[in-house]
Write a protein that binds this ligand. Structure first.
Ligand code: NAI
Length: 693
C-alpha cells in the first residue's frame, strides 16, 4: 500500500489540505477496505497539521468515486464477519465528519454509493457543471443499501422524500437535480471546480440541512404513515421476500428517523444481514457478469463510423435508429422509399423522446439517411441485413452485396432462426458472415446474440462483439444452432404455458405463477408482447430441430389473426398498449361449459402445485442442453444472457444458478416426476450429469 498510495495529500500556502483520490492501476476509484484505511491515515495527518480546510477530489477523468469494491462483498461469509468491516468504514467517514476544520468534496462525473457517502460526510459539496455529473446511491440494485452512514446523512441533508427516492430507485441525480435537491451546494464550471471548492472552505458559509417541511415529515408521528404508504407502493413492483433491501431502507428510517448513533449502528447491522442474502449474492454476481459481457470484444482494433442496414421493417428500422442514436452514420435501405418512411418517422419520435435537446435530436435525424439504391454499402464499416426471414432472399442479397463491401467491413445478419452455415453458402468468402441478433424492442433490450457459424472467422466475431459494445449493448457470443440461446431457452417455457392453458388452467393463474417466481411478466403476456406469429415461427424452427410439438392453440390463434398486443387481442385484450386485467383478462382459454369449467378447476387445483416447476424447470433443462451441445461457452454466460434478454428473475441469478441453489439432484428428480406426470418433454437432459456444480 505504501508503494502505491491511493490518496495524495498536499497542504497549500493557505493551509488548505488537498486530498486527492487516485487508486493505482484502475480507471475508476473504488472504496476498498484498503483505500478507506489509507484515508483514515491521511485524515490523522490533516488533523495533526491543523489544516484550515480540506478539499477532497479525484484525479480520475471519469469521475469521483464509483462506490465500494463489489469484489470484496463476495468474500464476506456471514453477517457477523461483515458487521465490523462496515462499522470500520463508518468510523473512517465519521472521523472525516468530525474534523475540526470545514471540508468540501469537489465532485465531477460519477459520485456513486460509498463515493457519495464520503461526499455526504463533508461539510460542503461542489459539483462540476458538465453533463456527466451523477450522484447516486445504487446499492439497492445489488440487494443492499448504503452502509457508510448514507441512510442517515442523506435524510439529514436533503430530507425524507428525495432521500427515499435516491435510495429506493437507485437512479442517480444529474447535476441540476442534485443542486435543486440540496445534494450539492453549488454547480460550477469544471475548470473552476478546485478554485470554488477552496473558496467555500475558506469562506465557511452555513452548512445546508433538510428543508423545514421535510423535518416535519421526519417526526415520529408522521414516519409510520409515510413508511406504510411507500411500502404499499413498493409492493406493486417488488416482493419483500424476493428483494428485501428497499423494505429494509424504509424500516431503518421509520424506526430511527435518521438520527443519533443508534441509526448508524442499525444501518451497519441491516446491511451486514442483507449482504449475505441469496438475493444480494445473486445480484452482485449478475453485476459482475454484466462487466464480463462489457469486456468482450476487447482484442479488436476495428473502428466503426458508418452502418448500412438493409430491411427497414420492425427490426431493421429500429436497429438503424439505435445506431444513429449512438452517434453512428447510418444508411437505411429497403425496396422503396415508402417502405423506409415509417422507420424514419419512428426514429424521429424516438430521438425526440430520448434526446431532450432538440439540436441533438436533429443531429441524430441527420445521421440517419434513406438509401434505396444502397450506395452506403461501399462506405459502411458494418452492413446489417434485416430483411424477411427467407433463405433465398437473403442469399440473393448477399451475392449483390459482397463485391461492394469494404474488405474490412462486417457482414452481419439479424436472422432469428436460419443457420449462418446455410446463409453463407453462396458467398465467395463465407468466413465473413456473422449473426448479430437483436431482440425486439431494440431500444429496450440490452442483449444482442453474436452468432458464430462454423466457418465464421474468429476475428469477425471479435469485431462484431466490439461493434455491439459501440452500440452500448451487451453481446452474448454463441454458436449457430436452432434458436441460438435465448429463444431456445424461452421456447419450452412458452410452450408449457400453452399446454397448461390447453389443459384448462386459466391465463391469469399461469402468468401469476411465473411472476410469483420472479419473472417480470408471465409467459402468456410475454407471448402477446412479442407477437404470437413471431413465437409460432420460432416454435416451429425448434419443433423441427428437436422433434417437439407446437401447441395447437398457438397455431389456431395465429390463424384467427389473434397476434397479441399488435392486433389488440391475444391471450389478453389490449387497450392503449396495456393488457386488460381485473375483469375479463383471458380471451382465448378453451371454451368450457359450467360443468367442464368446474372439472377444469379441479384439475387446475391438483396441477397448481406443479405449475411453477412445469414452467421454470424446462428452461433449466434447455440451458443444460445448450451447454452440453457447446452452443454457449459456459454457465455464467448463459445465466447472464438469460437474465439480460428475458428478465429471468435476477435475484435468482439465472437458470443455472437457480438449479445450483435448489440442488442439481433435486431438479433432475423433479424433472423425472414431471416427465412421468406430463410427458417426455420434461425428461432430464443427459448434460445434467456433467454440469460443473
Ligand atoms: P419485417 O417484415 O418487418 O421487415 C422486413 C423488411 O425487409 C421489409 O420492409 C421488406 O420490404 C424488406 N425487404 C425484403 N426483401 C428485401 C430486399 N431484398 N432488399 C431490401 N429490403 C428488403 O421483418 P422483421 O420482423 O423486421 O424481421 C427482419 C429480420 O429480423 C428477420 O430475419 C427476422 O428473423 C429477424 N428478427 C425479427 C425479430 C422480430 O421480433 N420481428 C426479432 C429478431 C430478429
Amino acid at each position: 500500500m505504501a508503494d502505491s498510495p491511493s490518496w495524495s495529500l498536499d497542504i497549500d500556502a493557505d493551509r488548505v489540505a488537498w486530498l486527492v483520490c487516485d487508486t493505482p492501476g484502475t480507471s475508476t476509484n473504488v472504496l476498498s477496505a484498503a483505500v478507506l484505511r489509507e484515508l483514515a491515515m491521511r485524515l490523522d495527518e490533516i488533523r495533526a497539521a491543523r489544516a484550515a480546510g480540506v478539499v477532497i477530489r479525484s484525479a480520475k477523468p471519469g469521475g469521483f468515486i464509483a462506490g465500494a469494491d463489489v469484489n470484496e462483498f463476495q468474500k464476506i461469509r456471514s453477517a457477523a464477519e461483515a458487521y465490523p468491516l462496515v462499522r470500520a468504514g463508518q468510523a473512517v467517514l465519521q472521523s472525516l465528519a468530525d474534523l475540526p476544520c470545514p471540508t468540501v468534496a469537489a465532485l465531477h462525473g460519477f459520485v456513486l454509493g460509498g463515493g457519495l457517502e464520503l461526499a455526504l460526510a463533508c461539510t460542503y459539496r461542489v459539483g462540476a457543471d458538465e453533463g456527466a455529473l451523477a450522484l447516486g446511491l445504487p446499492e439497492v440494485l445489488l440487494g443492499i443499501h448504503p452502509g457508510f452512514g448514507g441512510t442517515v446523512r442523506t435524510v439529514q441533508l436533503i430530507g425524507v422524500r428525495p432521500s427515499l427516492e435516491l435510495m429506493l430507485k437507485g437512479k442517480p441525480f444529474k447535476g441540476p437535480r442534485a443542486l435543486a435537491a440540496g445534494l450539492i451546494d453549488e454547480l460550477v464550471p469544471l475548470d473552476a471546480l478546485n478554485e470554488r471548492a477552496k473558496a467555500r472552505v475558506l469562506r465557511k458559509p452555513p452548512k445546508a440541512t433538510a428543508p423545514f417541511v421535510d423535518k416535519l415529515l421526519n417526526t415520529g408521528a408522521v414516519r409510520p404513515f409515510i413508511a406504510r404508504q411507500t411500502a404499499s407502493t413498493l409492493r406493486h413492483s417488488v416482493r419483500r421476500d424476493h428483494y428485501p433491501a428497499p423494505f429494509a431502507i424504509l424500516d431503518l428510517w421509520q424506526r430511527y428517523g435518521a438520527a443519533g448513533a443508534a441509526s448508524y449502528d442499525a444501518e451497519a447491522r441491516s446491511i451486514s444481514e442483507l449482504m449475505c442474502t441469496a438475493t444480494s449474492r445473486n445480484l452482485v454476481r449478475v453485476f459482475l457478469l454484466q462487466d464480463r459481457l462489457k469486456g468482450l470484444g476487447g482484442g479488436s482494433a476495428a473502428e466503426f463510423r458508418h452502418v448500412h442496414v438493409i430491411g427497414a421493417g420492425v427490426m431493421g428500422g429500429d436497429i438503424a435508429a439505435w445506431a444513429a442514436f449512438r452517434g453512428l452514420t447510418v444508411t437505411l435501405q429497403d425496396r422503396t422509399a415508402e417502405l423506409i418512411q415509417p422507420a424514419i418517422d419512428r426514429a424521429k419520435a424516438f430521438f425526440g423522446k430520448r434526446l431532450k435537446d432538440p439540436a441533438a435530436a436533429a443531429a441524430a435525424c441527420a445521421r440517419l439517411r434513406v438509401d434505396v439504391a444502397g450506395d452506403g454499402v461501399a462506405q459502411a464499416d458494418v452492413v446489417i441485413e434485416a430483411i424477411v426471414e427467407n433463405v433465398e432472399a437473403k442469399q440473393a442479397l448477399y451475392a449483390l452485396l459482397e463485391p461492394k463491401l469494404k474488405p474490412t467491413a462486417i457482414l452481419a445478419t439479424n436472422t432469428s432462426s436460419i443457420k449462418i452455415e446455410t446463409l453463407c453458402a453462396a458467398l465467395t468468402d463465407p468466413s465473413r458472415l456473422v449473426g448479430i441478433h437483436f431482440f425486439n424492442p431494440v431500444a429496450q433490450l440490452q442483449l444482442v446474440e453474436i452468432v458464430q457459424g462454423s466457418r465464421t472467422r474468429p476475428e469477425v466475431v471479435l469485431d462484431a462483439l466490439k461493434f455491439t459494445r459501440r452500440l452500448d449493448k451487451l453481446p452474448l457470443p454463441c454458436k449457430s444452432a436452432p434458436g441460438f440461446v435465448v429463444n431456445r431457452i424461452l421456447s419450452p417455457y412458452i410452450n408449457e404455458a400453452l399446454f397448461a392453458l390447453e389443459s384448462g388452467i386459466p391465463v391469469a393463474a399461469i402468468d401469476a405463477s411465473a411472476v410469483n417466481f420472479g419473472m417480470p411478466m408471465g409467459p402468456l403476456e410475454l407471448t402477446d408482447v412479442v407477437g404470437l406469429d413471431v413465437s409460432l415461427s420460432v416454435g416451429r424452427v425448434l419443433a423441427g430441430a428437436f422433434e417437439r410439438k407446437v401447441p395447437e392453440l398457438l397455431v389456431k390463434m395465429v390463424e384467427q389473426k389473434k397476434l397479441g398486443r399488435k392486433s389488440g387481442e391475444g391471450f389478453y385484450l389490449w387497450r392503449d398498449g396495456k393488457p386488460e386485467r381485473n375483469g375479463k383478462p383471458e380471451r382465448n382459454g378453451p371454451e368450457r361449459s359450467a360443468a367442464a369449467g368446474a372439472a377444469a378447476g379441479a384439475v387446475a387445483g391438483a396441477a397448481a402445485g406443479d405449475l411453477e416447476d412445469r414452467l421454470i424447470l424446462p428452461m433449466l433443462n434447455e440451458a443444460v442442453a445448450c451447454l452440453r451441445e457447446g452452443v454457449i461457452e459456459d454457465a455464467d454466460l448463459l445465466d447472464a444472457g438469460t437474465i439480460f434478454a428475458t428478465g429471468f428473475a435476477p435475484f435468482r441469478g439465472g437458470p443455472l444458478q437457480y438449479a445450483r441453489t435448489r440442488g442439481l439432484a433435486n431438479v433432475t428428480a423433479r424433472l423425472t416426476e414431471l416427465a412421468e406426470a406430463y410427458g417426455e418433454r420434461f425428461r432430464p437432459d443427459p448434460g445434467w450429469s456433467n454440469l460443473p456444480v
